[in-house]
Ligand binder design. Structure first.
Ligand code: AMP
Length: 512
């Protein structure tokens, strides 16, 4: 059997990534400590690690959970799990033992890989489901790599079908319990291949990889796209703006969350000159302020390409590579992805420019929530469209705009208030950096519109000035009842504003 036949027969994402590899000496990953790992070496290490998995009793279909700091062996572990036909389950490094208990007992992995410092606590939880525990530290050392180094590299990649599970990623669960999104080999492969083409990735590309690898953005979008393109990545343990600007002189692409871009803009070293070698800046996982987009363009001459996706669906839309990258919009559905906007109550498709629920369908959309058939059923329409929970619209030019999560919609006096609309007005005021609009319990209105605002240092912005500036620009029912000025908004590691924390903090604002 030749390599091409093998690729067709085995839908394992690992095989689709590497079976047709023709130049094993090509550079795949480099680190700031100076390690340079070729594609051939990467495949060798995944073979060793896959043997360790099998020797630990991991069978095809078993879950392999990992809570490890970002490191090259951490990425190798992901690829090895694919290769062994296991289901990879990355866990946010911020999760506490209490939270891990839920994930581990829910997913019932046969192996949990964690930082050596956590092995004892996790061991106690893992034993409840009969899972083994191995270690992998931030420095890449631990029982996993110790064993892998002594193991043979030959490993026959386990055949998988398109529809077999490759990974389970738990959603962040800001309301209710986190749900495990089941992603298949074809969900991941088809989406990455589509992005390689859409974003014109080639083997000449060098990606600055500064995202965590427990989330869809850093694990799948960044890593899979780079590897499919036979490009290389500079693997950074964390986001470091000054280092990133330095690396731009020899890199070509940066993938980031919006906070990367706002922080990079704070550095005087970010200039047209320092970004000259770069061909593409991509942003996603949270809304990029239109102002940030414009400021970035003014400073560097590059228009950030914003795209929209989620754990359950991989990437859904992207601004065009060649056409206009519209600030504040997330672009068009990717090839093969169908996207519609519907009435959240009836599910009826709405006309262009009407705001409603975003629904998507395509090979990118996950298989369902792990062990939650009812929840899965409730979030799919009968014709297979997934109800994303995001509110948005498609404009006259076919660009999709996200107006916030459905659960963030404020209903005041029976009227729907879309936070994004008010946030955009406030953000445009002089002296304002950003804002978050939330609904808080209110005796008369059900919810009272509340704006939480962050200003430039020394700016004369207060409740009165914001309300005055909004007068006449917004219908009365949309006007904030209160404006609170704060130093910064609470954000999670992916740069998402945590409105649930704001709602909790100010829950009693209208009742006290
Ligand atoms: P996650 O599953 O953690 O990737 O979060 C997915 C959610 O992030 C989506 O449902 C959106 O609410 C939000 N999101 C992702 N990309 C964007 C974007 N470019 N603009 C606005 N919201 C976004």
């Amino acid at each position: 059997m030749n390599a091409t036949q093998k690729t067709i027969m085995n839908a394992n994402l690992f095989s689709r990534l590497f079976d047709a590899l023709d130049d094993p000496a090509r550079l795949a990953i480099e680190t700031i400590e100076g390690a340079r790992i070729s594609y051939g070496e990467l495949i060798k290490r995944t073979g060793q690690m896959a043997n360790v998995l099998v020797n630990s009793g991991v069978k095809p279909g078993d879950r392999v959970a990992a809570q490890t700091e970002k490191s090259v062996p951490g990425l190798v572990l992901y690829l090895a799990a694919l290769r062994a036909g296991a289901v990879y389950l990355p866990l946010n490094t911020a999760y506490t033992l209490n939270e891990l208990e839920y994930f581990i007992t829910d997913a019932e992995p046969s192996l949990v890989v964690c930082d050596p410092s956590k092995a004892e606590g996790i061991g106690a939880i893992a034993s409840k489901v009969g899972a083994k525990v191995e270690t992998l530290g931030a420095d890449g050392k631990g029982s996993m790599t110790d064993r892998a180094d002594k193991t043979k590299a030959e490993f026959e990649t386990v055949p998988r079908a398109n529809d077999d599970l490759a990974a389970i990623l738990y959603t962040s669960g800001t309301t209710g319990r986190s749900k495990g999104a089941m992603l298949t080999h074809d969900n991941l492969a088809s989406n990455s291949l589509s992005l390689v083409e859409y974003w014109r990735f080639t083997d000449k590309d060098v990606l600055i990889h500064a995202l965590p690898i427990y989330h869809t953005h850093g694990l799948f979008v960044a890593s899979n796209v780079t590897l499919f393109a036979r490009a290389s990545m500079i693997f950074l343990p964390k986001f470091d703006p000054e280092l990133i600007i330095k690396l731009m002189s020899r890199a070509t692409v940066l993938m980031g969350v919006p906070t990367f871009y706002t922080r990079l803009l704070q550095s005087p070293a970010l200039t047209r000159e320092s970004t000259r070698h770069m061909r593409l800046f991509i942003s996603g996982s949270a809304p990029l302020l239109a102002d940030t987009h414009r400021e970035w363009f003014a400073r560097t001459g590059h228009a950030v390409l914003e795209r929209y996706g989620m754990t359950e669906t991989n990437m859904n839309t992207s601004n065009p590579y060649d056409g206009t990258r519209v600030p504040g919009a997330v672009g068009h559905p990717l090839p093969g992805v169908r996207l519609r906007v519907t009435d959240p109550e009836t599910g009826e498709e709405l006309a262009r420019d009407s705001v409603g629920m975003i629904e998507v369908k395509g090979p990118n959309v996950f298989k369902g929530y792990w062990r939650m058939p009812e929840k899965t059923k409730a979030e799919f329409r009968d014709d297979g469209f997934f109800i994303t929970g995001d509110l948005g619209k498609i404009d006259a030019n076919g660009y999709v705009h996200i107006l916030g999560r459905g659960k963030d919609l404020v209903i005041s006096g029976g009227f729907n208030v879309y936070p994004k609309e008010i946030e955009s007005e406030i953000d445009a005021m002089p002296g304002v950096i950003e804002s978050a609009v939330i609904g808080l319990p209110h005796a008369d209105f059900g919810e009272g519109v509340t704006a939480v605002v962050v200003c430039d240092k020394g700016a004369k912005v207060d409740e009165r000035s914001v309300l005055k500036a909004l007068e006449g620009r917004l219908a009365k029912f949309k006007m904030p009842k209160r404006v609170i000025v704060v130093d910064e908004l609470p954000r999670n590691a992916m740069g998402k504003v945590q409105k649930n924390i704001l709602r909790d903090t100010y829950a009693k604002l209208f009742s006290s």
